[in-house]
Design a protein around this ligand. Sequence first.
Ligand SMILES: Nc1ncnc2c1ncn2[C@@H]1O[C@H](COP(=O)(O)OP(=O)(O)OP(=O)(O)O)[C@@H](O)[C@H]1O
Length: 686
Amino acid sequence: MTLPAEHFVNTDTEPASDLDTDLDAERAHLAESRAALRRMRERAEALFSTGGNVAGDSYTAETLGRTLARRVAELADDPDTPLFFGRLDFGAGPQAEDHAGHRYHVGRRHVTDEDGEPMVLDWRAPVSRSFYRASARDPQGLAVRRRFGFSAGLLTSFEDEHLDRGEELGTTSRILTAEIERPRVGPMRDIVATIQPEQDELVRADLDVSICVQGAPGTGKTAVGLHRAAYLLYLHRERLRRSGVLVVGPNRAFLSYISAVLPALGEVEVEQATVDDLLAGVTVRAQDTPAAATVKHDARMAAVLAAALDAHIGTNTEPMTVPDGSYRWRIGAEVLRRLVEDVRAEALPYGTARERIRARVVSLLQRQSEARRGDSPSDGWLRRMGKAKPVTDFLDQVWPAVTPEGLVAQILTDPPPGILTDDERDRLRWPTPPRSLKSAKWTAADLVLIDEAAGLIERRPSFGHVVVDEAQDLSAMQARAIARRSEHGSITLLGDLAQGTAPWAAADWKETLRHLGKPDAEVVPLTVGFRVPAAVVTFANRLLPALAVDVPAARSLRHDGGLTIDAVTDLDAATVAEVRSALTHDGSVGVIAADTAVAGVHAALTSAGIDTATADEVESAARVTVVPASVVKGLEYDHVVVVEPAAIVAAEPRGLHRLYVVLTRAVSRLAVLHTEPLPAPLTSAT
Ligand SMILES: Nc1ncnc2c1ncn2[C@@H]1O[C@H](COP(=O)(O)OP(=O)(O)OP(=O)(O)O)[C@@H](O)[C@H]1O
């Protein structure tokens, strides 16, 4: 049940003196907690510095050193972020279970006093769940939930909800509103203090559950994915430390933007990469035509590669004779044929199968040797037999060694018939095949094929959990590359079909989930917008009917903010004027233009004396960032200036989707400047 704010015991309605006393007590608890955290860190640092001496060998020293270094990092205290942000007062009723009558402060990590008593509970601890999920309808044993307001690390206010009296603030909480409306500067921040119930359900989903979150711009998908990673690491630390957690994002600028969130939550061991980073191995030295790239990213390429690899498997009709000193061992042709058939039926990766065949041949030779010599041969003998010429010749005939690059080069030189159309084979074919593999000029899409080929030849280790952001842009082949890295783990897939800008962008999630090997993952919508003001959402939503996707509508929590649309004659002058005006407000300014117009915009701002940064310089002192439209996905700025929407749309086939992304980056204000007419869907009032 939601009641109007004035019904609540909060800083506005409590008698001032009681409030001051309460606030003083909370500030004292904060100071004591910070002191306790400092002691915990000093202890960890002392251990870290002596770790090398106490550990016996260098391996143990290194492992211990890493653990202690992580522990020290986990215990870092950022004076600007509150150590706790909430308090739970459990009632006396049976619902409170073991916590009846207890009071806990909830914060970013556990802090204990000298006696080991909790001063602050980690937000991920089971009991902290009530902070996010308890409601008037289901108080979960809570009498009061308290939220704290902070400014620059100082505790400035609090808000109480007496859930036992049916009071609940929900999204009318002033502290939540202030957090959402705060001016943005620098990289993305964590949202632990204000995770909403529908987000928390996703964050705390079990490790073995894969989920797909479909959410409109600014509904907190990225935030949810990162917090889920932190939550899973807390709950399954040992298991995930061994297998690892991976976050995949669309580009470097995005990764720099999100890079501070997990370390701020004490998690410093999560790998963050773009899909291209994952595929790295050979250097990209050429560019595909869009027509060729589309074929290379098509799911059927997996079948093309598998068939091409399969075609390498040969037949043998000869017996094998292996000389060994004064002996000659012999294996009959039929035995060899069956041996290969048996291994083939095991459906192992190609390279593993080759080695398995070699091992089985050697073991047949070993049996003969044992029967004749009466003792077991040495490891050296086994190795020598494995490399004996007749054995290698046999292997090269029935199961020749193939490299990923070699296989891809083969299908690019002579695309096999059968699966692709003749036109597609023409698009795939190298105009002039390279003289050697070494001189091949690979494209970005070739890397996806090489990775697929590598996966057919050898299995790679799987991460325990993979978070994939902006997943609507994954091609089938990219999804398969991620599937190979999460085969034995779970995934959190985050995206918005309306923001699909890649030529192969998904039209529905089922298909992507199938390629990711998680066809049964639930698709969960997020529909509350925390970034984009309602007026801007309404404007951007005019594009939705033209985007041909079926996505649930979102509602914005932000009713402040502003939108201006100006037809201008001098774009440069108008941009400079708009940026100057934006700089009179707090927060970041993002100027977004078509990729080819970015240099001009940058020059105009620089000659007007305005300092600018690029999108991956998230720590830059410059408040103005000039961003190409193709890079801005996932980013946000307080004040966004969009320069010439028509040029952004004209720049690429899915230009309207790109414009939808561009228009939904604003946290507070959006200014649209144009000399050409606005793209048609924007001018048709809804
Ligand atoms: N529960 C919350 N409390 C406060 N702020 C939130 C909350 N959820 C999200 N936000 C903020 O809203 C903004 C948008 O979040 P986020 O970038 O995760 O959205 P998204 O759905 O990934 O957006 P996009 O589709 O544009 O990539 C961020 O500034 C984030 O910190």
